[in-house]
Structures are given as C-alpha cells and as structure tokens.
Design a binder for this molecule. Structure first.
Ligand code: HSE
Length: 428
C-alpha cells in the first residue's frame, strides 16, 4: 500500500461512541470513513456532514469490502460482533474495538486468529473509556513487573454510589433517577451487578500480568445490596464505599482478580473519584505507584481512545509488514487464579441484633472462635423494634473464616441478621 493513499475505515455502530468517532475523525485527512453499518437505517440522526449514502444495515458489507483497511466495531455484545471481527480479520483487515465483553470472553481465540493473519486488534476504548491505560501498559510500562491494580472502572455505579453518599438516598431511588437522566441503562444489570467492571479488570489484569485470565474465575459482587446506612456507617468510620475492581499477583504468581464494593479510606485516591469518573491505580516495579483518572465513558472521551487506535494503525499501514508489535497479544500461559474463599481481607459487617446485654461480647467471641480479630465494634443506635445495629471492622481475616462466622452469627438467637459484608481497603 502506498503511503499517500487515504486509509479507509468501516464503522460498525453509530451509537454514542460511533457518533463521537465520526465527528472527531473528520479532522484527519489521511483517514476516511467510507461505510457505516447501523441497526436501523431510518432512524433520524442529528450528525453534521453524515452522507446517508455510506450507511448500510448490513455490517457484512463492511467486513467483506476489499477496499476497507480498518474495521471499527462499536456495537458490543458477543454476536454478531464476534463473527464480524473474525470475518474482517480473515479478509485482511485490522480491527479497533471497544467490546470488553467479547475480549474478556473470547480474547484468546480472537488474538490467535489475528496473529495467524498478521493483523492487529486494538481496544484502548474497551477499558475506562477515555483514560489511556491499555496502550501505556503495553508500551511504556512494558518493562515493569506490575503487581497490583485497584480501579473504579464503571461510571454508572460510581454515579449511583456518589449520589447515595451526597444525598443519603437509597440505591433504588438513585438508580431510578439515574435511569431517567440516561446515566443508567433501562436494564442496569451489566453495570450494577459488576459484569462490566469484571470484563474490564479481566482485560487489564491479563495484559498487566501477561497471563490469560478466565473470566469465569473473576469473582464479582455488584452494588445492588448496598444500603444508605452502610454508606453512613462507612463515612462515620472514615471511609467511602466504591465498586472496586482489584487485581493482584503474589510471589508464587497466583492471581487474584475480583470486583466488589469496598470501603476505601477517605484520604485514598479512589475515594476522590466521584460521579461518572473512572480511575486506575497501578503498582509496579520500577515505576512505583501511579494513578490515572478521567472520563470512563461518554461520546467524546471514548472516541478519543478509538481514534487514537485508528491513527496508530493508519500511520503504520504501508510502512511495515509487521504492524505495532508491542500492541500484539503475546502471552499464552493461563493464570492460576485464587478463589475468593482463600483471600485475606479486612471486613466491615453490619449486624442487626436484639438489644440485650452481652450481644457485643457474643459477637467478639464468635469472631475469635473463627480466628478473626476485631479492629472496631460500634453500636450505631437502637431501632424502634428494640434491635441494635452494630458495625464491625475486622483485622485481616480469611474470607472462608468470615463466611463461617456470618453463618454462626446468624444462627445465634440474639442476632437477627448480618445485613452487610463489605471488604475494606488495606492500603491507600
Ligand atoms: N456502562 C459503562 C459505565 C460504560 O457505566 O462505565 C461502558 O463500559
């Protein structure tokens, strides 16, 4: 291919991110969007300079078009995205995608297929929208031994938790409001139950630890069980509650990847990431501890990552037979993953018990019986029905022991329920 030829782009998907890509890519003379696939051709679109003639409702017209160099997939989900990308690669096209679910579930097959055809798949937009993290980890941080990532990777849940904190409102009320404002989807499951964050941390930990991460072994808990009283108790104890995506690797190369709510210290970086913002804190040697924050979603921030990937490919096309070697997937080994039950954490427990003598003593005794030492225990008032809410923070404890403790506490006649179990950040 000659260097002065315009690079031809086929765009699959013209939703929020696709529109942002269309609007921003026009400023670059050496690339040209020649075809756009949409679901509904008749939908009214308020996009300046959009030539209706290049719009199709058949995405295979793009992946099978011999003139197209780069296919940009922005429809998400597994099918038809998976087949479209594989077909595009077989037809010699390079790929830019924001599809976290597809990469987390079928990355291995996709990257093997791409390598077999000497094509690249770039996906900066799949993790944390506009924050550059995939490219830095693969390039300038490549010489690091990355050992830990602690991140907020979902804007919807961070918006809900921030609103609950600021307004003292319930999860249900804030979710409804967020849906009305368009911050949360009509079916919010993927965001609020932690799937979206799990896909993202699986991708990020895979490239950071240079191992394949089986998404089925990524433990996840969402935010739908977080109560206003947990947020209040956390505040009083010096914490904020965030949905944290965590990945760490120990000296035996065992990998712990999970998503769950976490009490983070008020003076930690993550505690200051509010509303739809995302952030990633990463520890490695020799770089030390670094953090990046910014918009994790949205039309223009996510388009920034997509067009960066497009230009990265476009600028090398025609100059080499082996594009972007540092951006390729080279790891083959599967990570040995730690089960959540074998992890060691600090915990916050919210216990509702009868308001009677000796209850706090009993809680302490049951915890001690299960090797759990308490860092703090506070009775947070008495309810109208003469029950007491008690907030407990443990020292570091084995998850298996904590689960057993909860069963024993709930079996005790003085204790009504352990209403919440939330893990606590151990370092800032
Ligand atoms: N739904 C995601 C979020 C953005 O709320 O952050 C796309 O991954």
């Amino acid at each position: 291919m000659e260097n002065n030829k315009k690079i031809k782009i086929g765009l699959i998907g013209l939703g929020t991110v696709g529109s942002g890509v269309f609007k921003t890519l026009g400023g670059f003379d050496h690339v040209e969007i020649v075809k756009i696939a949409v679901k509904n051709k008749n939908k009214k679109r308020d996009i300046e300079n959009l030539d209706e003639g290049i719009i199709t409702d058949n995405p295979y017209e793009i992946v099978n078009d011999p003139s197209i160099d780069i296919v940009v997939e922005l429809i998400g989900g597994i099918e038809p995205a998976f087949d479209l990308i594989k077909t595009a690669i077989s037809n010699g096209k390079h790929i830019v995608t924001a599809n976290k679910e597809l990469l987390a579930k079928h990355g291995e097959e996709l990257f093997r297929h791409a390598e077999a055809h000497n094509r690249v798949v770039l996906y900066e937009a799949a993790v944390a929208g506009g924050i550059p993290i995939i490219t830095p980890v693969k390039t300038i941080l490549a010489g690091n031994n990355i050992t830990k990532i602690e991140a907020i990777l979902n804007g919807t849940t961070n918006y809900i938790l921030t609103k609950m904190d600021v307004e003292g409102a319930s999860y249900e009320d804030v979710l409804k409001e967020a849906q009305k404002l368009g911050y949360a989807e009509a079916d919010p499951t993927s965001d609020v139950e932690g799937y979206d964050s799990a896909y993202k941390i699986a991708i990020l930990s895979s490239i950071s630890f240079k191992k394949r991460i089986n998404i089925d072994n990524v433990y996840k808990e969402g935010i739908s069980k977080i109560k206003a009283q947990d947020i209040k108790a956390a505040n009083d104890l010096g914490y904020k509650i965030k949905l944290v995506a965590l990945a760490q690797i120990d000296k035996d190369e065992k990998v712990d990847v999970r998503v769950h709510p976490m009490l983070v210290s008020k003076d930690s970086i993550l505690a200051h990431i509010d509303y739809v913002k995302n952030a990633i804190k990463l520890e490695g040697y020799p770089v030390g501890s670094i953090a990046l924050s910014g918009a994790g979603a949205g039309e223009f921030p996510t388009a920034s990552s997509v067009i960066g990937d497009i230009l990265g490919i476009a600028d090398e096309l025609g100059t080499t037979d082996y594009l972007l070697p540092m951006m390729r997937c080279k790891h083959k080994e599967s990570a040995q993953m730690i089960n959540i039950m074998d992890t060691v954490n600090k915990y916050y427990l919210s216990i509702n018990a009868k308001n009677e003598k000796g209850v706090i003593g009993k809680i302490g005794a049951i915890c001690a019986e299960n090797n759990i030492s308490l860092a703090s225990i506070v009775q947070r008032g008495v309810e109208e029905n003469n029950t007491a809410d008690i907030a407990v923070i443990t020292e570091m404890a084995l998850e298996r022991d904590v689960r057993k403790t909860i069963d024993m506490l709930e079996a005790d006649e003085s204790i009504n329920t352990v209403a919440s179990l939330i893990r606590v950040q151990t370092d800032k």
